[in-house]
Design a protein around this ligand. Structure first.
Ligand code: AGP
Length: 629
């Protein structure tokens, strides 16, 4: 989603801005732009549609030599992804430039007022109101004989943001204060990186990691003035804030693609290693046949937990649904999974001793953060001990807003994921839920020690099986992908623990190949979706031996009777003759089956999209961190 980088210091701004924007590319965007105050104190602004390399080509022959500047990658919300809507946006004098992430909800009202006053808008964006309003404020302040400097810009921006409704993170420069940068945030992340005699401010830590490891995450509603001499930070009451910077917790380095054509492909191949590292990090043997789950936080509070609610979106929600199955069926603890976006506006009644788990690979998803914040607030307001918030976050980004909001973090530790379609972080989220299910099963004695140990041993033995699975399925899927050239609809079926894997298979296919796909619990197909079935609608059915194997096979029969081409994801065993094509799984215990069943689905989606020549890593309209509601 949109990305912000802003710098002020002793080094030329442009290369730092471009480097920062390149580090934010993975988040997904459709246009990019920069603005710099040059050495003659003029504001220079350049923008381009499409990939960042278009902007780089545009600015590379120009001598843009200032030391303060702002940059942005835009993911369109208001107005099409075209140059005029790309950020930065300027005031009518071309002296103020603004980049913004978020949505200004009352922009229409502000825009109409400005238009009546004669302001000519150049874009369709909500953001453009901001530079015009700042210009108006600076005019008013000049009547008070305030000097042209950073402090005056700070006052002007503060006055303007008090009129803005919605969520935003913004950075502003003004040719009247050529070394100053003003930054502000409300419900959208912004982090200041502290160098020596220079500062960078960005919406996400990878843009900072090359520059410095010392950061100062801005708190909600703060505004700051950054000059090469230092930082002034103020809260919404205009109280100056003093606090110590912290160190980046993880390396946040964007890794290279190795020899893979796409990051997504590499990330699917990373999964066996992630399983190996998870075993090392989260499991330790306490005696000859007893293991414990290691967490970086004190887990005593889990003992009194009576129920769990999980808040997540998209793929993270699918991982949470597998988690919920494990927590209920293996650990015996009632668990509900909510779409974070729905929970925000229709939360269930408060129940005592509830553990709330936020799940987000990016840790920046606006809906999940808002749902978590709302839950924390409403529980605290009750003052009742049994209703107080008990929280865990499962995230891949320790230095994210979620990482800072929630005290107890389960680190997915999958390494930064670049492909917009989540694969390895989904896998890491699944592993996190296996750990939690084991922890709760041990606490509640919901399973015998042997059953718990068997699951642990299966997890320990999983990595080599995964290696074999990834490499064999890569070849099979590459071949099968050719058969999908003309396919417009695909149905995914699963039951029990693998129903969420059917949903995830359908989501992956939709996201990167733009083929319509839907996942259903296999038993539900006959209640409606069966009407869609015909020769040209393949059905992909996950059938792993266990509680519901025979049921899934019967449901697949129903599809076969309607002429659908049946693809089975199943081990080679009796019953699978029904499938027209088999994506074979190793014989594995049902509890563990989601961890293997998802791999052929990821690879098949990948190869279908790659075969179609699509932009696999940055599919159209999608973003890696969805920071708007
Ligand atoms: C995953 O492939 C998707 N791009 C999307 O559904 C994603 O899972 C969702 O936006 C939630 O993201 P999060 O895990 O960063 O919170």
């Amino acid at each position: 989603m949109c990305g912000i980088v802003a710098v002020t210091g002793y080094r030329k701004a442009l290369p730092l801005l471009i480097d920062g924007l390149q580090k934010l590319e993975y988040r997904g965007y459709d246009s990019a732009g920069i603005a710099v105050i040059n050495e003659d104190n003029n504001l220079i602004c350049d923008k381009s549609e499409g990939k960042l390399k278009n902007l780089i080509n545009k600015v590379s022959n120009k001598d843009i030599s200032g030391y303060v500047g702002i940059g942005h990658t835009r993911w369109a919300t208001h107005g099409k992804p075209i140059v005029k809507n790309a950020h930065p946006h300027l005031d009518s004098l071309g002296s103020i430039a603004v980049v913004q992430n978020g949505i200004i909800e009352n922009f229409q009202e502000l825009k109409s007022k400005l238009e009546k006053e004669g302001v000519d808008f150049k874009s369709d964006t909500d953001t453009e109101v901001i530079p015009h309003l700042i210009q108006k404020e600076l005019n008013n302040l000049s009547k008070l004989n305030l000097e042209n400097n950073g402090s005056t810009l700070l006052i002007a921006v503060r006055n303007v943001i008090s009129d803005l409704e919605g969520a935003y993170a913004l950075a502003v420069i003004w040719s009247g204060a050529p070394d100053s940068l003003v930054v502000a945030r409300r419900q959208a992340p912004l982090i200041i990186g502290l160098g020596e005699g220079e500062f960078v401010c960005a919406s996400d830590t990878p843009a900072i990691a090359n520059f410095t490891k010392t950061i100062l995450p801005m708190e909600d509603e703060e505004i700051g003035l950054l000059t090469p001499l230092g930082i002034e930070l103020y809260d919404s009451e205009n109280e100056r804030q003093y606090r110590n910077p912290v160190s980046l917790k993880s390396s946040e380095q964007v890794v290279d693609k190795k020899n893979f054509r796409h990051y997504m492909h590499k990330e699917i191949y990373d999964q066996p290693e992630i399983a190996k590292n998870w075993v090392k990090k989260y499991l330790s043997k306490i005696d000859s046949n007893q293991y414990k789950i290691n967490y970086a936080f004190d887990t005593n509070f889990l003992e009194g937990i009576e129920r769990i609610q999980i808040l997540a979106c998209g793929t993270s929600r699918h991982a949470s649904m597998v988690g919920s199955y494990l927590l209920e069926q293996f650990s015996g603890i009632p668990t509900n999974v909510f779409y974070a976006s729905e929970f925000r506006y229709s939360p269930p009644p408060l129940l005592p001793n509830t553990l709330t788990i936020g799940v987000s690979q990016s840790g920046e998803t606006a809906d999940t953060l808002a749902a978590l914040n709302m839950e924390i607030k409403r529980r605290k307001l009750t003052n009742k001990l049994e209703l107080q918030p008990n929280l865990i976050a499962i995230t891949n980004r320790l230095d994210s807003s979620m990482g800072r909001l929630v005290p107890n973090i389960i680190d997915i530790s999958a390494g930064i994921e670049i492909g917009v379609a989540a694969t390895k972080t989904f896998f890491g989220q699944l592993l996190s839920f296996y750990g939690l299910a084991i922890k709760f099963a041990q606490l509640r004695n919901s399973k015998s020690a042997d059953e718990i140990n068997n699951l642990i041993l299966d997890l320990i033995n999983l990595p080599p099986q995964l290696e074999e699975l990834v490499s064999s399925h890569n070849k099979i899927s590459e071949k099968l992908a050719h058969d999908f050239s003309d396919i417009k609809d695909v149905i995914f079926l699963g039951r029990g623990i693998n129903y969420p894997i059917a949903l995830e298979g359908a989501l992956k296919l939709k996201e990167i190949s733009y083929i319509h796909a839907a996942g259903y619990p296999a038993g539900e197909m006959k209640h409606g979706p069966i009407a869609l079935l015909e020769k040209k609608v393949p059905v992909i059915s996950i059938a792993t031996p266990g509680k519901v194997f025979e049921k899934v096979i019967s449901n697949a029969q129903e599809a076969k009777a309607r002429d659908s081409y049946l693809i089975g994801i199943a081990p080679k065993c009796k019953g699978i003759e029904i499938f027209d094509f088999l994506l074979p799984l190793p014989a594995i215990d049902e509890w563990l089956s989601p961890l293997v069943a998802v791999i052929p689905l990821q690879l098949l989606s990948y190869h279908i999209a790659a075969h179609k020549g699509l932009d696999v890593d940055q599919p159209r309209n999608l973003a890696k961190s969805v920071t708007v509601e």
